[in-house]
Write a protein that binds this ligand. Structure first.
Ligand code: NAP
Length: 238
């Protein structure tokens, strides 16, 4: 297992939900953590010490991704691990979803990762190391009505990641995909239309469970490509 102490880690979409927890757990491992999001207030509240940098930025824009990577390197000198976590989901059947909504989902969930690859791969190649961890979704593997656009953006993310992993394996760059099942966050309650309540949350993953999987991936001395699905263990009724 690799130590994460002093590793430079970037987590996109760290202003709340899964990303905030991922950043917190990397902080506990004594990594240097760059947290990103668009909401200045929520993000800067989480900028705890000199080993943490908050970057306000829209990752669906090429300039937004460039800003994050430039500031992370300017502050900490390198990037060891980059977690593409920021994402959006809209629950609407195909007949109702607009082109604008389709573009928003694809620009946020897929094009942002393309921008990150274009910026990061030359840097990591020069460093002769790097790990990019992309947060997909179990929805990418099953046909759930109402979220076909979201699910297809994540399925494309899986394919993009696996292909790129095979392109860069000789450069000691690793690409991982983590596909969690339903997780108790704002996105989940917005997409399912359910209120965030303790009883509804019972069947969902917690943000900590998902973040622990990311830490597990980051610590592994694994091959160039890892794809992992994180499911909630089924509760056994007695
Ligand atoms: P969330 O609570 O809605 O948080 C989303 C995060 O992404 C926020 O920090 C938000 O920050 C950021 N974000 C969204 N659009 C952005 C943009 N254009 N530029 C910069 N930041 C942006 O969602 P979550 O449930 O934690 O989801 C995190 C990831 O896990 C997503 O990729 C999602 O698809 C995936 N996932 C979630 C579930 C689930 O059930 N919750 C299951 C499987 C996979 P700002 O608002 O500050 O910009």
């Amino acid at each position: 297992m690799n130590s994460l102490k002093n590793k430079v880690v970037v987590v996109t979409g760290a202003s709340r939900g899964i990303g905030a927890e991922i950043a917190k757990l990397f902080g506990r491992e004594q990594a240097k953590v760059v947290i990103t999001g668009r909401n200045r207030k929520r993000l800067t509240q989480k900028e705890e010490n000199q080993n943490c940098l908050a970057v306000i930025s829209d990752i669906s824009k090429k300039s937004g991704m460039k800003k994050i990577i430039t500031l992370a390197r300017k502050t900490f000198g390198r990037i060891d691990i980059f977690v593409n976590n920021a994402g959006v989901g809209i629950n609407k059947p195909m007949i109702k979803i607009s082109e604008k909504e389709f573009d928003l989902i694809y620009d946020t969930n897929l094009k942002s990762v393309f921008y990150s690859f274009k910026e990061l791969l030359p840097i990591m190649k020069k460093q002769k190391s790097g790990h990019i961890i992309n947060i997909s979704s179990m929805a990418s593997r099953i046909g759930v009505p109402g979220i076909s656009t979201y699910a297809s953006s994540k399925a494309a993310l899986n394919a993009l990641s696996e292909g790129v992993a095979n392109e860069v394996r000789r450069d000691n760059i690793k690409i991982s995909v983590l596909a969690p099942a339903s997780t108790d966050t704002n996105m989940m309650s917005n997409m399912s239309g359910e209120s965030k309540s303790p009883s509804k949350a019972k069947n969902k993953l917690t943000v900590t469970e998902v973040a622990e999987s990311v830490i597990y991936l980051a610590k592994q001395n694994q091959n160039a490509w890892t794809s992992m699905t994180h499911l909630r263990p089924l509760a056994i009724k007695k």
